[in-house]
Design a protein around this ligand. Structure first.
Ligand SMILES: Cc1ncc(COP(=O)(O)O)c(C=O)c1O
Length: 504
């Protein structure tokens, strides 16, 4: 069931719920402590009068969760009194409240937010705080007997050095190619001494890299590709930031590079898009966001770098009007091997894929259909996209393995297909099975799916000496329908029921 939660700031009508939810939550494991009683019985005096804030998650006009920001010092707030009603637990309400509270803390001018918790009774919450960027600090005794951990979230406003030579107005997106134009600013964050440092936003500029920088030699370089869209109401939204954070962190771990705290990544992307908001073209064109992380140790022996740099830059890109693609089932070269790095978005995967793609283009194809080179020729991806087929009334896509990149468009389309009542089969599919389906007249669609194109339909699939010519794409083809729905969600023209957009 879809959970529609509005995060509301405090209303006196919430007072009972604030008291009840907290009391029930605390009393389930601990006695109420004096500070709890004081704050809960008179939140107006203990939170609001001091310049703090209380947020309530409201669903169906019921308060289902609460959290407070209690001022405890100059520009310091305690994230406290987080309680979620029992039927709503485990459904992301706590995370939504926490994120909204951190945004609110920023608005209130906080430099840091601290919290107390208990690792035994609130293990998953503590995990969530850690993932968001809260870090453990020494716990003093006396405030809450029940606390065994104290954490801090530094809210450092990302410093911005604005360019003196803006290249605005941005060119008409219809007149540019993908990847050709970059916006005015970029964000830089360095990793050293075992921690990610405060990022900064500076004018877009060349890098000064010593020739013996590790990333240039041994490929510790990971990147992401995501988009921001102008919404129907003029605001700007970034699509599925949390999924991109998860993926860049999986890629980083695979390449022995340090993961980035989710909060740091999200704040960085948002801040940069906000600074260059004037570069976001009107929909359906979009602002492409390219985060990359590379090893910066200057040393030419093979080793794991101890220092890294994350750079995020953006650039307007036109909408991709996909001309149907001619693809070739690739049986000589593979993109990724079991146990290799295919599931990571690391530079080497792309370098290795260029030559087979070039050969395919010389033979008159647009792209290769990567396989696992087994006798069954199981299909893996298409160029730099995931791949889907419609056979009869079923949508089929290969399962995620360590040779396939977990596409965020793939996940979005599978979610929307389920919403549309389509029969989905996530399973291996061999080129031979595709051919048999084609010969029976059941192979109706084949298409790549990815951030740049959304869906890129195939008109022809070559497998050995066989040419499978797919039916012409129609307005009611699945790839077109689902692509349209996804595009409407990304651009705020359809309700974002899955909560995929982050408004900047
Ligand atoms: C190898 C590869 N597969 C699949 C995808 C699709 O991923 P997403 O939908 O997140 O763009 C990409 C996108 O960059 C890719 O590089």
């Amino acid at each position: 069931m879809h959970i529609d939660i509005q995060i509301s700031s405090w209303s006196p009508a919430f007072k009972d719920a604030f008291f009840r939810l907290n009391r029930e939550w605390i009393e389930a494991d601990y006695p109420l402590e004096p500070l709890d009683i004081a704050v809960l019985s008179d939140p107006d005096a203990h939170i609001l009068a001091g310049g703090g804030s209380i947020l309530a998650a409201v669903a169906n006009e019921e308060v289902v969760g609460v959290v407070a920001l209690r001022p405890i010092g100059e520009c310091i707030f305690e994230l406290t009194k987080m309680a979620v009603d029992v039927p709503w637990r485990g459904r992301g309400v706590g995370k939504m409240l926490m994120k909204a509270a951190l945004r609110e803390a920023k608005q209130l001018g906080a430099h840091k937010v601290i919290l107390y918790s208990n690792t035994k009774t609130s293990g998953p919450a503590v995990q969530m705080y850690r993932k968001t960027g809260f870090r453990e600090i020494p716990l003093e005794r006396g405030l809450y007997e029940r606390a065994d951990i104290k954490m801090e979230y530094p809210i450092e406003k990302i410093p911005v050095q604005k360019t003196l030579h803006s290249r605005l107005p941005a060119p008409d997106p219809e007149q540019i190619k993908f990847g050709e134009i970059v916006s005015d600013h970029m964000l830089i964050a360095d990793y050293r001494d075992g921690a990610w440092q405060t990022p900064q936003i500076v004018p877009f500029a060349n890098l000064d890299i010593p020739p013996h920088t590790l990333a240039l030699h041994y490929g510790q370089l990971v990147w992401e590709g995501m988009k921001a869209f102008c919404q129907a109401d003029g605001r700007v939204a970034i699509f599925r930031i949390p999924k991109h954070v998860e993926r860049i962190n999986r890629s980083l771990r695979r390449m022995a590079m340090p993961p980035i705290p989710a909060g740091l990544f999200e704040d960085s992307v948002r801040a940069l898009v906000e600074v260059d908001a004037a570069w976001v073209p009107s929909s359906p064109a979009s602002l492409y966001i390219r985060p990359l992380v590379y090893a910066t140790d200057a040393q030419f022996g093979v080793k794991i770098s101890e220092t890294y740099r994350m750079i995020i830059f953006t650039g307007p890109v036109p909408v991709y009007y996909a001309k149907p693609l001619r693809v070739k089932v690739e049986e000589t070269y593979i993109r990724a091997a079991p146990g290799g790095t295919g599931a990571a978005k690391c530079a080497g995967n792309y370098g290795g894929a260029l030559y087979p793609s070039q050969l395919a283009r010389e033979e008159g194809f647009d792209q290769v259909l990567w396989t696992d080179r087994s006798p069954e020729c199981y299909i893996e991806e298409s160029g730099t996209m995931n791949v889907m087929f419609v056979i009869g009334d079923r949508l089929i896509t290969p399962p995620l393995t360590d040779t396939i990149l977990e596409g965020i468009t793939r996940d979005s389309i599978l979610t929307l297909a389920a919403d549309m009542g389509v029969q989905i089969e996530v399973r291996r599919i061999g080129a031979g099975e595709l051919l048999e389906a084609y010969q029976r007249g059941e192979l109706l669609e084949g298409f790549g799916v990815g951030t740049a194109a959304v869906t890129a339909p195939f008109e022809l699939i070559r497998f050995r000496e066989h040419d499978m010519r797919l039916p012409a794409v129609q307005p009611d083809s699945f790839s077109v329908r689902v692509g349209r729905v996804l595009q409407e969600i990304r651009t705020g023209r359809r309700e974002d029921v899955h909560g995929w957009n982050t408004i900047v």
